[in-house]
Design a protein around this ligand. Structure first.
Ligand code: MN3
Length: 200
């Protein structure tokens, strides 16, 4: 049985950048629904008892498993998303990661601009990502429940740009939400830890 992961912070810890009401709905209702539906779909059949990553890799691109892939991808993406934020986020980027951002994007500001542009350019529901492709950092975006896991890229940071992620706090203003994400929410320690684990 898959379980909804606990948030590593209190529901009201991310305010004013992300409200308790948003987390209550986004984590408690949307993410919970993906987990519930996933459990329902893997209760029987060829995916029963398999690890989440294996389900995602095996179900991707199979039209008959699309519904299952969507629940599994959303469970994985959201679990990643929660851990990439913290109370008092934004701020300083640990040295090794900062150096790599400068090498691959020219400057940290340039990275922020490109990441924000990817968040805004994702048409409809989806995700923007900072990934490591084995040689360099790159920014990608995925639609709906798609995930860099199936491209073999290491996901370091993601921003959920589904409307349910920002509509309560920012209404239709996705750019404002992305600014808040970068300025007040990103846990650069978590991103740096993922980067270190990837390059080892
Ligand atoms: Mn979401």
């Amino acid at each position: 049985m898959f379980e909804l992961p606990e948030l590593p912070y209190a529901l009201d810890a991310l305010a004013p950048y992300m409200s308790a009401e948003t987390l209550e709905f986004h984590h408690g209702k949307h993410h919970q629904a993906y987990v519930d539906k996933l459990n329902e779909l893997v209760a029987e059949g060829p995916y029963k008892g398999k690890a989440l990553e294996d389900i995602i890799r095996q179900a991707v691109g199979k039209p008959e498993d699309r519904v299952l892939f969507n629940q599994a991808g959303q469970h994985w993406n959201h679990s990643h998303f929660w851990l990439g934020m913290k109370k008092g986020g934004g701020g300083n980027i640990p040295g090794t990661l900062e150096k790599q951002l400068i090498t691959d994007f020219g400057s940290v500001d340039r990275f922020r601009e490109e990441f924000k542009a990817a968040c805004i350019a994702q048409f409809g529901s989806g995700w923007a990502w900072l990934v490591f492709d084995g040689e360099k950092l790159a920014i990608t975006k995925t639609g709906n429940a798609d995930t860099p896991l199936t491209d073999g890229h290491a996901a370091l940071l993601t921003c959920d740009v589904w409307e349910h992620s920002y509509y309560i706090d920012y209404r239709n203003l996705r750019p404002k939400y992305v600014d808040a994400f970068l300025e007040g929410l990103v846990s650069w320690e978590a991103v740096a830890d993922r980067f270190e684990a990837t390059v080892q």
